[in-house]
Design a protein around this ligand. Structure first.
Ligand code: MIC
Ligand code: SF4
Length: 747
């Protein structure tokens, strides 16, 4: 049986294998290697023969771990159950964090969630027990924080069914977000396939001062690289500034690399990681890493001449970095804090902040909360309270208990802060905002990572802005978005006006150690084979899967266009979260949200009728096609955004460009992801079109396909389409899904 922990023996073995594989690759390449390449190539399934061309080939990799959160694990485990494999082949954990709704504070919300989600938690617990998977109970914390505290280690490779899995890059891990079907591959003992990434180097110089925080590094970078800029790329940080940032600060930066669409982000092993490992009771791993620094850092030539080794180099001087605010509606609309007031006027953003929120998987470190405490204490000294509701989502029970013990939590509460459950809550629409009438245009500021429309509270008229926790705290005190925390004055209850001073540097490790959470975890039994997994036939929340039908060998002929989506179409538009999270284990029920958030290019409105129309086609035995714009499927890893369309009959999705995880989810589920060879052809797609796609019988890697758009006026356009399927992925398409292929191999 596999131990679930990243034990010293386990990690030592990985380092040995990495060194062996790298020796082979070094011989082949004969040049210095970046850190990204060391971890990637150190985990190759076939180091002798792998095609290593960055941005071109697909790599077959052997990740060391898998992590899944409750909202995605349901579908992943339902698929795993179909594959009929007795036990997960690599150490795997499940984390119950997404399904807890924020309403009245931590305790009540967690116990209500236990009640409301009992069936789902029971399914996850029994499936984890059966398949040898570690189970983290509701309330223990958010997947990425718990992984950082327990399982991440420098040089390791992990995949997780959540797009912010790269958070573990803060501890030097190559951690990537994937759909559940990818997790199933690895849990079933097969390699993980990923496009060989380009590598973008980010050189950090100087040292953060004043209000500037690690969050501002990534907010600035979001503005520079944009939400598409990291697609099929890894962001590798280096330079003297990197080691000046705490391990948890690096986690924040790596976490939000997901907002760039990056495959992952990595930092080289350094003293901050050493200290974090020791503080989280993993001294042996710190010792091991210290012995293997050559594996865990780039070759020296890379830092000397970065432009030779990276596809692109961005330099950020931490010493002059100004705090940033991003938003609304997209994480790459970045502004330095000094320019926000003018933007409020120019863009008519509601100036009054309705709620300020801190924490989440991205920003709830000891350092973050201590800096927030510094800010609120300055206000408290003047008798002030927060001017807006001020909500705190701790990333884990470990962090919550530690900041409760050390007094920060009490200080935040004393100015009106309210502590929510150790869970995702408002970050993913699990937020019951009774105080707000739906449809009210309002401003919120958060220290989360995503701010797509309707994401936090289901209200598309909420404008969500993102900043560092200390800046959000300052906004909470002022209550106005046009307030510049660095310069503007606040009025104390004592009648004095004052300016906040920048929070002092704070430790990321508590002087008295972390309070460890000993109750949140349930280890699997040594033999789980007798454990039954219950899925009630009439369940509204769980449904066993029926395999998708194989391809019938024919071209797609005159399929109706279900929807032409315009502009940003994230997975939150394709498969909204919030209240829908409760159907994440029931494919039929969740499909009623399919594409409802997408903006119909012909009406400019959302498309609430898309699922009903799709069901109508389905009942007529018809399949359909969806058309989209740039970076289609940006955001989450949720494969429901591919499975629901597949379930309702989508044959192909044709777009200007795809986000990485979503494109691969579509392939896995047997939908053809196609791009316009000429992006301007998007404009040729008209309402009511019947679309045909030809050349499927000779579908081959790199081959273009042809499509015709038959318009309602009888006219026709012929266009060229591209696809990125390799031979294996073509086999998935033909079999109906990747899972069908796995099933045939494991029989
Ligand atoms: C998110 O931040 O969007 C989520 C919710 O964590 C998702 C996962 C999901 O949809 O379940 C993600 O980032 O992958
Ligand atoms: Fe949860 Fe939000 Fe983090 Fe996603 S980004 S894991 S929803 S806290």
């Amino acid at each position: 049986m596999n131990a679930i922990e990243s034990s010293p023996e386990f990690v030592a073995q990985i380092y040995t294998e990495m060194a062996e594989r790298l020796a082979i690759v070094r011989k082949r390449l004969g040049r210095p290697l970046t850190l990204t390449e060391k971890i990637l190539f150190g985990h190759l399934d076939n180091p002798d023969t792998a095609d290593l061309r960055a941005g071109e080939s697909y790599l077959q990799l052997r990740p060391d771990r898998v992590a899944m959160q409750d909202a995605t694990a349901q579908m992943a485990l339902l698929q795993f159950a179909q594959a009929d494999i007795p036990r997960a082949a690599v150490p795997t954990t499940v984390h119950c964090d997404h399904l807890i709704q924020a309403r009245e504070g931590a305790e009540k919300d967690t116990s209500r969630a236990l009640d409301e989600n009992r069936e789902v938690y029971e399914f996850l617990r029994t499936a984890s027990n059966r398949y040898g998977i570690g189970f983290w109970k509701p309330g223990a914390g958010i997947i990425h924080q718990v992984v950082l505290e327990h399982y991440a280690f420098p040089g390791g490779m992990m995949i997780g069914t959540d797009s912010h899995t790269p958070n573990a890059g803060g501890l030097g891990m190559f951690a990537s977000g994937v759909g559940g079907a990818d997790a199933v591959d690895v849990m079933a003992g097969f390699p993980w396939e990923v496009k060989s990434p380009r590598i973008i180097g980010v050189k950090l110089t100087g040292k953060l001062v004043g209000w500037a925080s690690p969050k501002d590094v990534i907010l600035l970078l979001c503005g520079i690289l944009t939400v598409k800029g990291g697609t099929n790329a890894v962001i590798e940080y280096f330079g003297p500034g990197a080691s000046s940032i705490s391990c948890t600060g690096k986690g924040t930066i790596a976490n939000m690399g997901a907002e760039l669409g990056a495959t992952t982000s990595v930092f080289p092993f350094d003293a901050s990681m050493d200290l974090y490992l020791r503080a989280t009771e993993r001294a042996a791993l710190a010792d091991l890493a210290a012995k293997h620094t050559a594996l865990l850092t780039a070759d020296p030539e890379v830092e000397r001449d970065p432009s030779k080794y990276f596809a692109r180099v961005v330099t950020i001087d931490l010493s002059t970095l100004e705090p940033h605010l991003v938003g609304p509606h997209t994480p790459d609309l970045a502004r330095p804090i000094s320019e926000v007031a003018a933007a409020v006027v120019k863009e008519s953003y509601p100036d009054q902040i309705s709620v300020a929120l801190i924490g989440s998987c991205t920003n709830s470190s000891y350092e973050d909360i201590s800096r927030v405490t510094d800010v609120v204490q300055q206000a408290k000294a003047h008798g002030m309270k927060a001017a807006t509701p001020f909500l705190v989502s701790p990333g884990s029970e470990q962090i919550r208990a530690t900041i409760a013990r050390d007094g920060q939590l009490g200080e935040i509460e004393s100015v009106g802060g309210q502590v929510l459950a150790n869970a995702c809550g408002p970050c993913i629409g699990q937020w019951k905002r009774d105080e707000l009438k739906p449809g009210t245009r309002n401003t919120i500021v958060t220290s989360f990572n995503r701010n797509f429309p309707a994401r936090n509270d289901g209200n598309k008229d909420t404008l969500a802005f993102i900043a560092s926790p200390e800046i959000v705290a300052a906004y909470a005190l002022a209550g106005r978005l046009s307030f510049n925390p660095l310069k503007d004055t606040l009025q104390g209850r004592d009648g004095k006006t004052f300016t906040l001073t920048a929070p002092r540097p704070a430790p990321d490790l508590p002087a008295n150690g972390f309070v460890r959470d000993r109750d949140g975890y349930l280890a699997p039994p040594a033999d789980g084979s007798k454990i039954a997994i219950e899925v009630a036939k009439d369940s509204k929340r769980l449904q066993l899967l029926t395999p998708f039908a194989p391809w019938d060998g024919k071209d797609f002929v005159e399929l109706p266009l279900l929807l032409k989506a315009k502009g940003k179409c994230t997975t939150d538009h394709i498969s909204p979260a919030g209240p829908w999270l409760r159907f994440r284990g029931h494919l039929d029920n969740i499909s009623d949200n399919m594409l409802t958030g997408a903006i119909n290019a012909f009406t400019g409105e959302a498309s609430p009728s898309a699922p009903a129309t799709a069901r109508e086609y389905k009942s007529m035995g018809l399949r359909f096609i969806v058309v989209g714009d740039e970076n289609y499927g940006e955001g989450s890893s949720r494969e429901h955004a591919a499975m629901s369309p597949r379930f309702l009959g989508c044959a192909a999705v044709i777009v200007r460009s795809f986000a990485r995880i979503h494109e691969s989810n579509l392939k896995k589920q047997g939908i053809l992801p196609l791009t316009f060879a000429n992006p301007a052809d998007y404009d040729k797609v008209r309402e009511g079109d019947l679309i045909s796609v030809f050349g499927l019988a000779t579908l081959a890697p790199g081959a273009e396909l042809t499509a015709t758009l038959r318009h309602t006026d009888g006219g026709e356009d012929r266009i060229a389409l591209r696809q990125t399927l390799n031979a294996e992925q073509i086999a998935w398409f033909k079999a109906g899904s990747a899972l069908n292929v796995i099933k045939s191999q494991t029989k």
